[in-house]
Write a protein that binds this ligand. Structure first.
Ligand code: 5GP
Length: 207
């Protein structure tokens, strides 16, 4: 199936530990969605495989991609590594008439919203600072210093929630999953995104 229309874009952001990746997977369970696989200069973690959730590239390759204008958005996240959304996912979503799902940080979301006015942005909030801290500690992977850094970063990122169209509080994974899916389904019914389809139906009635 081919489509000339720009694909619907769903942005999901939220602090580390908010469960946003799990909620993105819930979104991807909806037929008609496509995950944008970001490029990053950070190294893969032991459970990550290239091309699954990220494409891992060198800093030089990332710079070349920036110079060639290959990113829809890109940002240096936490001042350490670069992350970017390759435009080709947008083209692929257009070609296949799928909704494109971006799991990106607040800087990336701001860039995409400026370029694509109809993009739908969802912010995932943890239920409380205490709960976020408990989740980060449960991973058992971070030093006290890193835990404090993550919590401070979360506090800063959460200030940006006002730039988003929807906020989902992830206190119950089942419910939060249903909520992100409901947002995606509602976005499919937005009048502004259905002009062509509506016109065809009205035409079938003779205009
Ligand atoms: P992590 O390294 O823990 O997987 O991700 C760190 C942060 O980078 C998360 O907030 C994630 O949403 C964000 N991120 C992942 N991919 C992209 C991207 O393509 N662009 C931007 N701007 N942020 C991204």
């Amino acid at each position: 199936m081919t489509s000339q229309r720009d694909p619907r874009v769903l942005i999901v952001s939220g602090p580390s530990g908010s469960g946003k990746s799990t909620l993105v997977k819930k979104l991807l369970e909806l037929p008609g969605t496509l995950l944008s696989i970001s490029c990053t200069t950070r190294r893969p973690r032991s459970n990550e495989r290239d091309g699954e959730w990220y494409n891992f590239v060198s800093a030089e390759e990332f710079e070349r991609m920036v110079e060639r204008g290959e990113f829809l958005e890109h940002a240096r996240v936490f001042g350490r590594h670069s992350y970017g959304t390759p435009r080709r996912w947008f083209e692929e979503a257009r070609r296949k008439a799928l909704d494109l799902v971006l799991e990106i940080d607040v800087q990336g979301a701001e860039q995409v919203k400026l370029k694509l006015r109809d993009a739908v942005a969802i912010f995932i909030l943890p239920p409380s600072r205490q709960e976020l801290e408990t989740r980060i500690r449960a991973r058992g992977a971070d030093s006290e210093e890193e835990i404090a850094r993550r919590l401070e970063r979360a506090r800063q990122e959460m200030q940006c929630y006002t730039d988003y169209d929807y906020v989902v509080v992830n206190d119950d994974l089942e419910r939060a999953g249903r909520e992100v899916q409901a947002i995606a389904l509602a976005a499919r019914c937005a009048r502004a995104m259905n002009d062509e389809r509506i016109r065809k139906i009205l035409d079938s009635f003779g205009g």
